[in-house]
Design a protein around this ligand. Structure first.
Ligand SMILES: Cc1cc2nc3c(=O)[nH]c(=O)nc-3n(C[C@H](O)[C@H](O)[C@H](O)COP(=O)(O)O)c2cc1C
Length: 166
């Protein structure tokens, strides 16, 4: 698919078919995430693929937004590894995770796989379920699957509303 088609076609898919994506598709999505740039190339991200039914059930108690997906990717970062800006100590790990996440959802779109970026969750519950230590921040969950629906186009603000030239 053309690059601009991929970014135009991506949407938040909230209804999936009752079928798991293939290992090959999953690997391509993970590889795309791994090509993401990170601050100072520190690569603080930790990617956890959840396909175990028991864990998926537990995750559905930590967020309303699993959409019965059979594959969920958790994107977290290690605050002991992520770049903290020298001047103000700001942690850029979530920024890194956002780019990793974007790479993965765009590759999913490219493969005809639906995805949704989910941040509304009980983060502590997710950390407990996935056995992540104190040094981790959970940045997003990404349910994946074959879309049930046709997709949709969301309204966006006009460029004039968000861009200014000085
Ligand atoms: C940082 C972030 C957090 C989000 N969290 C959720 C969420 O918790 N649940 C959900 O259903 N969608 C979530 N979304 C999806 C947004 O609602 C969606 O991207 C937005 O409405 C635009 O729609 P589109 O993705 O279909 O273009 C999130 C998206 C982003 C970027």
């Amino acid at each position: 698919m053309e690059y601009f088609d991929v970014i135009s076609k991506r949407y938040s898919c909230r209804e999936y078919q009752n079928k798991k994506i293939t290992k090959d598709e999953l690997n391509k999505i993970l590889e795309a995430g791994n090509l993401a740039p990170t601050a100072v190339n520190f690569q603080p991200q930790r990617i956890i693929v959840i396909e175990n039914e028991e864990l998926l059930k537990k995750l559905s108690l930590a967020t309303k937004y699993t959409f019965n997906s059979k594959t969920i990717i958790c994107v977290a970062h290690d605050v002991n590894v992520s770049w903290h800006r020298y001047r103000d100590k700001r942690d850029f790990g979530t920024f890194d995770s956002a780019i990793v996440t974007t790479h993965m959802v765009l590759e999913a779109t490219n493969l005809g796989i639906g995805s949704c970026i989910v941040c509304s969750m009980d983060e502590n519950m997710v950390k407990n379920i996935l056995n992540l230590g104190e040094n981790y921040i959970v940045d997003a969950l990404i349910p994946l699957g074959y879309p049930k629906d046709e997709g949709h186009h969301n309204t966006r603000k006009k460029l004039e509303e968000i861009v200014e030239y000085r």
